[in-house]
Write a protein that binds this ligand. Structure first.
Ligand SMILES: *Cc1c(COP(=O)(O)O)cnc(C)c1O
Length: 435
């Protein structure tokens, strides 16, 4: 190879969520190809994609059905706008999403990222309340869960609660009302204290992913729905991480039979192929925006690449694969196996807790000096052993593609256990020697 691409990366790139000073001192792993559950680097080394390429990939890489749908779409059109025009894929996908979504969600608004899906839900909720008029115009703020993560744009950060990511931007954020995660009594306190001031509550249903796989107690989502109804507050479910099978059902909301007023989808929507997001709304919210043009009830929001035809084609093919491969039916036994495989890890001295909902797994290594970068050490050790994992601080995350085989799942968990052991030994050499 004549060009040293690793050097080009170090010279010119700026990576997300990355301290570049550490990055440029390491050899960047370059993914050149992929196949099924495996990523392949320039030297042909294979790695299990243990976090679904950041929680996106669903049916594996280079899925024949999705590949073919994309090629066919390329022969028709790669992009045309949704402003003043439509296209068949956008319309068909909207109909499919409404079909599989929790009851009552009947309208689909596209964008490109989880963060934008959330911005859109927040703006829709706000504008809906404004346009209801009267007392409802006072509903100008939002309730959200502490340690929530809804994306990195300013509105999404305003309803987020992960201090290391968010505290720097505090002066830029709009005020919002934080609620203890999973605590219905606290939610009721907040909603009653700020009665008639809150437009909507936003939650990650069942599990707060970026918080380190914080699992809510059963029934919390149901109670949240009931409290929102009691206090006239809209419920926004951010299913960006939980959607498309990660918790064992198509959407996490289903497990508590909850239908939100607004639902945000992104990550797994295209099977992990292309950036596409959707904000789903009820007919009631949609109708709140109808009127004569001069009434200015229009939702003035849109992104240039909204509803991109290639992305819609990938999403339709991904939903097709869910059916033809019976992805969710076949997932049950894998989730059960994952639970069994994790039992010995939970018993490891280096592990304080394993939290999991479906395939979304957080292996908590406890409190350590951040300088030790224990979670990062696990990543490096796993890479040596043929798996890609990315931690949240010192919580090791596993979230493999739903298509992972049982053998690959065994290999992934075994590598993770060995890597935790090795990372611990390298972070605490004296301890390792004594043992
Ligand atoms: C990842 C994530 C987002 C942000 O999605 P992006 O596509 O990265 O903007 C929003 N909400 C949740 C729950 C997420 O996990």
């Amino acid at each position: 190879m004549s060009v040293d691409q690793a050097q080009l990366d170090r010279d010119h790139l700026w990576h997300p969520f990355t301290q570049q000073r550490s990055w440029v001192s390491e050899e960047p792993p370059m993914v050149e190809r992929a196949e099924g559950t495996e990523l392949i680097d320039g030297d042909g080394r294979r790695y299990i994609d243990g976090v679904s390429s950041l929680w996106c990939n669903v049916h594996g890489h280079r899925h024949p059905g999705i590949d073919a749908a994309l090629r066919a779409q390329l022969d028709r059109v790669a992009h045309s706008t949704m402003l003043g025009l439509s296209h068949p894929g956008a319309a068909e996908l909207a109909a499919r999403l409404v079909e599989i979504a929790p009851r009552g969600l009947s309208r689909v608004f596209y964008s490109e990222a989880g963060a934008t899906a959330v911005e859109i839900a927040l703006k829709m909720a706000f504008q809906f309340q404004q346009q209801r008029g009267g007392q409802h115009r006072r509903r100008t703020s939002f309730a959200h869960l502490r340690e929530a993560y809804h994306g990195d744009t300013i509105g999404s950060v305003s309803v987020g609660g992960i201090d290391v990511f968010h505290s720097t931007y505090r002066p830029l954020l709009f005020p919002a009302h934080p609620v203890e995660p999973g605590d219905a009594a606290d939610l009721e306190r907040v909603l009653s204290c700020h009665e008639e001031e809150i437009a909507a509550l936003i939650v990650e249903p069942l599990v707060q992913g970026a918080a380190g796989m914080l699992v809510h107690p059963p029934g919390f989502l149901r109670e949240a729905r009931e409290l929102c109804d009691r206090y006239g507050v809209l419920l926004i479910c951010d299913e960006v991480a939980t959607g498309f099978g990660r918790t064992g059902t198509m959407f996490a909301c289903e497990q508590e039979d909850v239908a939100p007023d607004l639902m945000c989808l992104a990550k797994g929507l295209t099977g992990g192929y292309l950036p596409l997001a959707a904000t789903l709304a009820t007919e009631r919210i949609y109708e709140g925006f109808l009127g004569a043009p001069a009434e200015q009830r229009t939702f003035f929001h849109g992104h240039t690449y909204t509803g991109n035809p290639l992305a819609c084609a990938a999403a339709l093919a991904s939903l097709e694969a869910f059916e033809s491969e019976r992805t969710l039916e076949r997932l049950g036994p894998k989730i059960e196996l994952l639970g069994e495989l994790l039992e010995p890890l939970a018993a490891m001295p280096a592990v304080t807790e394993v939290r999991r909902r479906g395939t979304m797994t957080g292996i908590d290594l406890g409190e350590h000096d951040p300088e030790l970068r224990l979670g990062h050490r696990v990543t490096l050790e796993a890479r040596k052993r043929g798996a890609i994992v990315r931690p949240l601080g010192d919580v090791v995350v596993l979230m493999p593609p739903l298509s992972i085989s049982e053998d690959e799942l065994r290999r992934l968990v075994a590598i993770t256990a060995e890597s935790i052991e090795a990372a611990y030994a390298s972070a605490y050499p004296a301890l390792a020697q004594a043992a």
